[in-house]
Design a protein around this ligand. Structure first.
Ligand code: BEZ
Ligand code: FE
Length: 301
């Protein structure tokens, strides 16, 4: 039985461990797909190195297997515990960083999250993505251009967000659709719509990933945000968020490491009675923000 504490390793021991790593890596040598071969061989080398570095015990190995089994049991077509695990380990954000290389002043990408839905309602310019969700109205306006400065009309802009209780429509079990919509940038590459002032909320934490966060004293809270996905033929698809300047959760930390300084924007609070940009009558307070989106042309990405 190993103890998990590293002692002097003999040359014989090192040779045995290395022989096993090499044997496993070699077992993928004949893979027809060279990329699959690279992915598996590298994975094996890194995992074996990890086992040696931490001197993984049999008990710890069993705990890890139990954790993954529990993650599998709670996963279905609505709940994806493995993506959540990837998110809280920063793997999702690292993959996004690697596959969205920085180009000029292109808008930074961040996590997709589990609450996007295809076929969200279409709204016209100035429409309301809230769709009746409770929350403080927020006017969002901006432009879409590429990294060369060319305005991009006709970009499809998907927007989605949680209500003021921190829940997405799909987390309610009554089939409601709110807090999501899509629109297109206009002839002058501008867009404007009503949304809700974003509020902080926790990632789903009633499963094994939540237990892991609790065990290490980490909060499941995400910084307040508004999700965007912007697509336009010939351009790299952008999946990103708008974060709220002054949100205390920005200081405490975002549970999935999604915050980028460049995505933190000022949301200006407006007193009740302040005239709205589109003349829309509102009874209570509201807020407004600006988000200029910069896409990468595919030939540059
Ligand atoms: C979200 O933004 O909604 C989210 C992102 C990652 C994990 C869970 C939720
Ligand atoms: Fe979200």
């Amino acid at each position: 039985m190993t103890t998990g504490t590293s002692t002097e390793i003999t040359a014989e021991q090192t040779a045995r461990e290395q022989a096993l790593v090499d044997e496993v890596a070699a077992s993928f040598e004949k893979a027809a797909n060279p990329r699959l071969k690279q992915l598996l061989q590298s994975l094996v080398r890194h995992l074996h190195a990890y086992v040696r570095e931490v001197c993984l015990t049999q008990d710890e190995w069993e705990t890890a297997i139990r954790f993954l089994t529990d993650a599998g049991h709670i996963t279905d077509d609505k709940r994806q515990e493995f993506i959540l695990l990837s998110d809280v380990l920063g793997i999702s954000m690292q993959t996004i960083a690697v596959s969205n290389e920085a180009v000029g002043d292109a808008t930074e990408a961040t996590v997709f999250g589990p609450f996007f839905v295809e076929d969200a309602p279409h709204i016209e310019q100035g429409g309301d993505i809230g769709g009746g969700a409770p929350g403080t109205p927020c006017w969002v306006e901006g432009t879409v251009r590429d990294t060369m400065g060319t305005p991009l009309p006709g970009a499809r802009i998907e927007v989605w967000e949680a209500d003021d209780e921190g829940l997405y429509d799909v987390q309610h079990s009554d089939g409601r659709v709110y807090g999501r919509a899509h629109l297109y940038s206009d002839d002058q590459a501008r867009f404007r719509f009503w949304a809700l002032q974003p509020t902080p909320y926790p990632i789903p934490h009633d499963g094994p990933v939540g237990a892991l966060l609790a065990a290490v004293g980490r909060s499941p809270m995400r910084a307040a945000h508004l999700h965007f996905m912007v697509t336009r033929p010939g351009h790299r698809t952008l999946v990103t968020h708008l974060f709220v300047e002054g949100d205390p959760q920005l200081e405490t930390g975002d549970s999935v490491f999604g915050v980028k300084e460049s995505l933190v924007k000022r949301f200006e609070p407006q007193k009740a009675g302040t005239p709205t940009p589109d003349g829309h009558a509102l009874e209570g307070p509201w807020s407004r923000t600006k988000f200029d989106i910069v896409l990468v042309p595919e030939r540059q990405s």
